[in-house]
Design a protein around this ligand. Sequence first.
Ligand SMILES: Nc1ncnc2c1ncn2[C@@H]1O[C@H](COP(=O)(O)OP(=O)(O)OP(=O)(O)O)[C@@H](O)[C@H]1O
Ligand SMILES: [Mg+2]
Length: 240
Amino acid sequence: MKKNNVLEVINLTHSYKEKRKEKLVFKDLSFSVGKGEILSIIGKSGCGKSTMLKIIAGFLTPTSGKIIVNGEEHKKPTKNVMYLQQNYEQLFAWKNVLKNIAYSIEQLDLDEEEIKKRANYYTELVELNEYKEAFPNTLSGGQKQRVAFARALAIEPDLILMDEPFAALDASTRDKLQESTKRIIKEKQQTVLFVSHNIKEAQFMGDRILVFGKNEESDFKYYFIENPQDKDKEEIKNLL
Ligand SMILES: Nc1ncnc2c1ncn2[C@@H]1O[C@H](COP(=O)(O)OP(=O)(O)OP(=O)(O)O)[C@@H](O)[C@H]1O
Ligand SMILES: [Mg+2]
């Protein structure tokens, strides 16, 4: 194990039981992610990206294999690993923006003053200063996404798992959010797994890309692409 690895996924295999049959989703998948690294993950719909994030988050027990976060096995949900679901409707409808963000920090052992300071800091970091009092039903998709991101960041977890966070947004909002999200992640040296079905987005966001390749029968192929921004999009597409 490299000393600064935040995440290690070791020989991960998972199958769902479907009508008494086992459905193998992935097999013997291993990789690690260093501190401050963004690993993009792409693969065809149904290849197991969300399943893998749920296992890493501790919501789902794998058939076999291990998840290590900062040297310790991660088997149950903890505040060390924040999971942003694929569907971003995950805010509390009855809490305003600031209170949604403060909620996560309230789980930590901090005094009230510190909670307030941190909630304000992260609200401002995602540029929602003017929306502190707003309720989720009055926000745009991109704004809701930023609240969810700020709430995850505010806990200052070891790892954030983002599952197609920008998929439902229009192109220009998406471009802006990619840029600002990447800048914040890098500024904070946050470690992130970023699932996308958009190759260009995965190239822009990731320091590396993990590709869930074509899966023929039980032959599973995984590829790791270094320096994805220098690669040709078609070259990556051919792996899918
Ligand atoms: N709870 C479940 N029970 C049984 N099968 C499941 C369950 N959740 C997912 N699956 C199956 O496992 C496979 C992987 O699903 P998963 O949601 O991980 O795919 P994905 O790569 O995230 O797809 P998408 O890009 O569409 O979000 C799919 O074939 C899906 O039908
Ligand atoms: Mg998914």
